[in-house]
Design a protein. Structure first.
Length: 79
């Protein structure tokens, strides 16, 4: 498992992220605290508190981690 902190604080960012991640096979979650949802579920994402960064978890990717990381780069929060 690999995880990233993402900034999804607007409707356009959420829609863009979901469209991006739907293009990949595998299992992906978003988490805030103990609340975990499927990262491909736009309704689930909108039920989260998006005022703070959320944790994106790559659970299974079929060896495409570098492609996924490049695709989500605009949403990653850099320390």
């Amino acid at each position: 498992m690999k995880s990233y902190m993402l900034d999804l604080n607007s409707i356009d960012r959420v829609k863009g992220f979901v469209k991006t991640i739907e293009g990949f096979e595998g299992y992906f979650d978003l988490a805030t605290g103990r609340y975990v949802i499927d990262a491909k579920s736009i309704m689930g994402i909108f039920s989260m508190d998006l005022s703070k960064p959320v944790e994106f978890r790559v659970l299974e990717t079929h060896d495409k981690l570098s492609e996924i990381e490049a695709a989500i780069a605009p949403y990653i929060v850099r320390p």
